[in-house]
Design a protein around this ligand. Structure first.
Ligand SMILES: [Zn+2]
Length: 238
């Protein structure tokens, strides 16, 4: 049930049945030398589409850009400033709230979006309209985290993780037609956070944060994807 493939009378009819809406949100940013620039929004969007289909919930157009300032020293990365991102999220929420959507499920694929999404939710929570916000970070769902821990251990890392790379390998095999070998650098460096673009690149020269995505496979990706869809669908059915 993708909102962008519906007509307005269909949305009006839908709103008589339920006021739930799923909004996929990600980022357009480097994912190390082997991960796709679109990893975060592609994973969130694909998971959201399956959850929407299973739970008969509308899925809004994906938000493909996020808060990724620290990735800007790598070609292909684009970012909104945190304040811009908060404003954009607020105005999207306000638009949908105007038509009667009340329960918002943001299926998020990017850690850098967590703080500004939470800020936007706080700013939209008023006593005038009873809105409900659910921030669903797909990779933090317990069954997903458990699977990734068992499959990859510490080599999953924190950015360009084996888990997210596996999901994109399952969904976009054509983008992984050329195998790329990698050396593994465990993350040991202590560093402050956040880092500027240049500081990030100096600390994590190839863009990964402690991950070994050469362990990623499409097979793992299919399992992780299925777990995420199943667990998030359960959240929506409550
Ligand atoms: Zn990512």
């Amino acid at each position: 049930m993708e909102l962008y493939l519906m007509t307005w009378p269909e949305v009006e009819t839908y709103l008589k049945r339920t006021q739930k809406i799923i909004i996929p949100v990600g980022s357009t940013e480097q994912h190390g030398p082997t991960g796709l620039i679109g990893t975060d929004f592609l994973s969130a969007w694909d998971i959201a589409k399956d959850v929407g289909q299973l739970t008969k919930t509308v899925v809004a157009s994906p938000i493909c850009y996020g808060m990724a300032m620290h990735h800007l020293a790598f070609p292909g990365s684009a970012s909104l400033k945190p304040s811009t991102f908060v404003l954009m999220i607020k105005e999207i929420i306000e638009s949908y709230a105007l038509h009667g959507f009340r329960q918002f499920y943001f299926i998020n694929g990017h850690g850098g979006n967590i703080a500004p999404l939470t800020t936007a939710f706080s700013e939209c929570l008023t006593d005038k309209q009873a809105l409900e916000f659910n921030l669903v970070n797909w990779w933090l769902q317990p069954s997903v985290a458990e699977y990734e821990e068992a499959a990859f251990g510490d080599a999953n890392g924190f950015h360009a993780t084996c888990g997210e790379v596996s999901v994109t390998m399952a969904c976009y095999p054509q983008a992984f037609a050329v195998p790329r070998a990698l050396e593994y650098f465990p993350t040991t460096a202590q560093h402050p956070w956040p880092l500027s673009p240049a500081q990030f690149r100096a600390t994590f020269p190839d863009g990964r944060m402690g991950s070994n995505p050469s362990l990623a496979t499409a097979e793992h990706g299919r399992k992780i994807f299925a777990l995420a869809v199943q667990e998030i669908s359960t959240l929506l059915r409550v």
